[in-house]
Design a binder for this molecule. Structure first.
Ligand code: OVM
Length: 399
């Protein structure tokens, strides 16, 4: 028996419309149900929303290139808004030396030296924050903790650190179409890019941070000296907003699921699983694009050479074909195969940093707080790529 390839479904959906960004779950379900590949006529891109196909695309860098950009803009035809990242927007072999260097700088061995200090920092911050029964979990914890530990770990000077979040927010918006979210960021690009670029210079970095270690790798010949500042830039672009919104996600998950908070309190060793489950459940990075390096066949439909492919990480992470009760935040499941950090060659190189930050905050909070509840409806922060909270008023009961 032969199966006829079913006709490619084309939908007139804008995944970057404000209404969709506010609550992307219904659109994600529609895309998963429409077929393994869906054409999105608005942007003339091909969408993958099922786990199987998102996973397959992420692990096939030969067919699905990153070097033409991982946003909607196709670097074959369009000039990027900034010099492309040597990691995110590069393919092997050019990708590999920068990746190897950053993997080592941010690896588990390097982080072992930060663990005690970050746990102490988290304890101090949480102690101070829960002195008040009500606070905004976004500003007081999800933003405050990464901003307290990460810029120091990179080796940044104090001045200008307030530029980190707006710069990252714009960079993640810039992966989408040139809509209002991008337009509102454009006026500050010269100022923010100027500041970020300056911080990547060796003389502006402390002698012992991640930044200095990237420069030391250039001295060893593992990368060139002109690659070093762009690799530091990757830390500043991808290392702050991502962890802020991932912490926001796990704090929301617990506030909305008190039974799971009890479980964490009973077994604080679950902090890491909880964080990965929250990354699966909320998928702080919702989407990335690839570009077809030739005609690609997926389940009987052909994606033509040079077309952009939009991978819905968030939809894959809630695909009922892969996950039991995908909409449940559940510490008893094994979330480790989620694609919230990507998969394959480009899988988040900072994931160990993110997990350590989350583990420190959750451990400190679990030791001090019996219950965490939403005091008001939290408010979304809209971004073309990130699923984020702008504010999350909570009320806590101290242990
Ligand atoms: C980068 C980078 C890496 C991952 C995500 C990202 C803005 C940027 O290398 O600059 O988002």
């Amino acid at each position: 028996m032969t199966t006829m390839p079913s006709a490619l479904v084309s939908l007139d959906i804008d995944p970057f419309a404000a209404g969709v960004l506010q609550d992307p779950l219904p659109m994600q379900a529609e895309l998963r149900e429409a077929g393994p590949v869906v054409h999105l006529s608005r942007h003339d891109v091909y969408a993958l929303a099922r786990y199987e196909h998102v996973h397959a695309a992420l692990t096939d860098w030969q067919s699905f290139q990153s070097g033409a950009g991982v946003g909607l803009a196709n670097f074959r035809y369009e000039k990027p808004w900034r010099p492309p990242s040597l990691l995110l927007e590069a393919d092997p072999p050019r990708h590999d030396a920068p990746r190897a260097v950053l993997s080592k700088v941010l690896g588990p061995r390097a982080l072992r030296r930060l663990r005690d200090a970050w746990f102490a920092d988290a304890g101090e911050l949480v102690e101070q924050v829960v002195a008040e029964p009500s606070f905004d979990a976004v500003t007081a914890l999800a933003q405050a903790f990464p901003l307290r530990v990460f810029p120091d770990a990179v080796g940044l000077r104090q001045e200008g650190r307030e530029n980190l979040l707006p710069y990252g927010d714009h960079a993640f918006n810039a992966f989408g179409p040139p809509n209002e979210l991008v337009a509102k960021g454009v006026p500050r690009v010269p100022e923010l890019s100027g500041w970020v670029g300056a911080q990547c210079a060796r003389e502006n970095l402390s002698a012992d941070g991640f930044g200095a270690q990237i420069w030391a790798a250039a001295d060893r010949g593992d990368i060139t000296h002109d690659q070093a500042p762009l690799i530091v830039r990757s830390l500043l672009t991808a290392g702050v907003d991502t962890t802020v919104h991932a912490l926001g996600a796990v704090l929301y998950a617990f506030a909305a699921n008190p039974g799971q908070w009890e479980r964490l309190r009973a077994d604080p060793g679950l902090a890491r699983v909880a964080f990965d489950e929250a990354v699966r459940w909320e998928s702080p990075v919702q989407t990335f694009f690839r570009t077809a390096t030739g005609d690609i066949d997926i389940a009987g439909t052909t994606i033509p050479d040079g077309k952009k492919i939009l991978m819905f990480l968030g939809a894959a992470n809630r695909d009922p074909r892969r996950w039991n009760a995908p909409d449940a935040f559940d510490l008893t499941r094994d979330p480790s195969a989620h694609v919230g950090f990507g998969m394959g060659l480009h899988q988040c190189v900072g994931q160990h940093v993110a997990r350590l930050e989350a583990e420190a905050v959750l451990t400190a909070l679990a030791a001090r707080v019996e219950r965490i509840e939403l005091a008001e409806q939290p408010e979304r922060h809209l971004n073309n790529t990130l699923r984020a909270w702008a504010s999350m008023p909570v009320h806590v009961h101290r242990a």
